[in-house]
Design a protein around this ligand. Structure first.
Ligand SMILES: [Zn+2]
Length: 296
């Protein structure tokens, strides 16, 4: 088997610097409207990065395609950004409306948040939204039931790294797995973020701050190992990770600030290098990947 049969799925959680979980205690929801908006510029940095590089075979070179999980709050204010993402050939999906942690919401409030964002983004994009990513990978079995009920085809919120306090814990062992896709029902799948398994220990290897902290060549080694086992690697990042000039939140706890700000100036060149290193692989969206899995 060669690299052409293997997939790399890049996912982006489209939220601005003032909406992240790490700063929730320092930034109130009602101050969002008055914050310096940097999401358009930073998302364009990513869109341009994808358009600057070719992947796939020499016979059929393509720009990498990614899945953008956008917050309803952002989509509502920047509808042209939604349209631009779709126009450039990427998948638009939902990151909920207000970036509330799912486990902190009642079932009714979660239903309302998910439905509002899904319908809003569909209206703007003019096409169905079939994917969802929960803020901070905070899911459990009950939350997954609600996501499924809202009509999504897949969820991509499971992160097996237990060392992070907010990530949810779910036992998927009773479900059928094809590559990384977990079949929860005929019409609902889980696409977990990739991590590295070393001597039965889960090492966070899916992106975010861990990608910014790990030296590139070492990170690539880990991804090769994941691709060997799973034939698929699923990566996540955020537009604010490409913005070293974003306003600083000084009042947040030290560790949260470290996690948010470490190596921001290196993210762009590191992601380009990562894509270039794996350019013979298929860089496809979550939706394209699910379609591939369902037809195999
Ligand atoms: Zn988020």
């Amino acid at each position: 088997m060669n690299s052409r049969d293997k997939s790399i799925i890049i996912t982006i959680d489209v939220e601005d610097w003032f909406q992240v979980e790490n700063f929730k205690n320092s930034i109130s929801y009602d101050s969002w409207e008055n914050r310096e908006v940097r999401i358009e510029k930073n998302t364009h940095t990513l869109l341009d990065l994808f358009d600057s590089i070719k992947t796939g075979t020499t016979k059929n070179p393509q720009n990498p395609k990614a899945t953008f999980f956008i917050l309803g709050w952002v989509a509502e204010r920047f509808p042209n950004l939604v349209r631009e993402i779709v126009k450039r050939g990427h998948e638009i999906a939902s990151h909920g409306h207000m970036h509330h942690l799912c486990s902190k919401l009642s079932v009714n409030d979660l239903l309302a948040d998910l439905t509002k964002s899904k319908m809003l983004i569909e209206d703007i994009a003019g096409s169905p939204v079939v994917g969802y990513r929960a803020p901070s990978f905070d899911i459990n079995k009950e939350i997954l039931e609600v996501i499924k009920f809202c009509g999504f085809l897949y969820d991509s919120s499971y992160n097996s790294y237990a060392g992070h306090g907010r990530y949810g814990h779910v036992d998927f062992s009773s479900y059928e797995k094809n590559e990384i896709a977990i079949r929860i029902s005929d019409s609902f799948y889980e696409l977990p973020v990739s991590n590295l398994l070393l001597n039965d220990r889960v090492i966070p290897w899916g992106g975010g701050g861990y990608f910014r902290l790990t030296p590139g060549p070492l990170f690539h080694l880990g991804v090769r190992r994941i691709l060997k086992n799973d034939r698929t690697y699923l990566y996540y990042t955020h537009p604010w990770e490409f913005d070293p000039e974003q306003p600083r939140v000084t009042s947040a706890p030290f560790f949260f600030k470290f996690r948010h700000y470490v190596n921001l100036h290196k993210t762009k060149s590191k992601l380009l290098k990562f894509i270039d290193t794996f350019k013979t692989y298929n860089f496809i969206t979550c939706k394209t990947y699910i379609d591939k899995i369902r037809s195999s």
